[in-house]
Design a protein around this ligand. Sequence first.
Ligand code: SAM
Length: 298
Amino acid sequence: MRAHDPNSPARPTPGGTGKDATPPRPAREFRFDDRDFERIRRLIYAHAGISLNDSKRDMVYGRVTRRLRALGLKSFAEYLQQLETDELEFEEFVNSLTTNLTAFFREEHHFPILAELLRKHAENGPVSLWSAACSTGEEAYSMAITAIETLGANPRVRILGTDLDTRAVRTADLGIYPLERVEKLGEERLKRFFLKGTGDKAGYARVRPEVRALVRFRPMNLMTPVWPIRGPFHAIFCRNAMIYFDRAAQRRVLERFRPLLHPDGRLFAGHAEGLAHCADLFEPERRTVYRPVADASR
Ligand SMILES: C[S@@+](CC[C@H](N)C(=O)[O-])C[C@H]1O[C@@H](n2cnc3c(N)ncnc32)[C@H](O)[C@@H]1O
């Protein structure tokens, strides 16, 4: 993945946001004390539900100092003050603290289960899927590829990809990835679903228009009081995002997923995201795949 220059204007980087591989910094360029860390921790939790424990202190320092440098600021205090009034910079601040690690067909065992669901629901009309923390788009495009492989060309399937990180969503929207991230899919899928770049686009692959057409991307924070989204979805993928939330925030999200899921739909979670504390909302069906529990109050 090509690293994104944090000093450049907001611009999507093909295939990544360029911040997950932050190298450790030996000496500190800026003073960063407990109060600064605490303020950042509170801000990101209140806005995005992301819980940062003490072990994340160096990561926070590394990510946020890039913003200080980009803006030519001298201290965290100055930066935190700017965040109070500068909405655009607040967006960059949030983007800098998300972790976007993802891959095509990550947690591969989910995709044959998705294929089964697609076959079943496609008999009754269009199928709706949601990648609810889509990062740079690989998950949503993997869902689209599964849909074409399962139902044939031009399937009646619509996929929504949303994420808090506006840069990640712009990258997803581009649908252009470094070849090495796509090659793992194998020669056949690469040929069928991607166009290899040539000339100055050599080394990159673009998702083919017929795959792209099945997916639309939008920025969306799972913590906002209103979700501009209408269900029902036959599958919601919310993988490897809830792991950053505490249990209270996870529950708030899961309470809102349930009414948006088709009664015979499925929720797909990440490998480290046990939902046992929300067993009244979702019951496990297979490894990290959940069925909604009928809402007795409705
Ligand atoms: C590690 S990536 C997971 C991507 C993909 N779902 C996967 O499993 O490969 C986590 C994503 O969750 C997103 N995220 C974190 N908090 C969020 C929130 N409050 N609302 C929406 N997305 C959020 C981050 O921006 C990041 O792109």
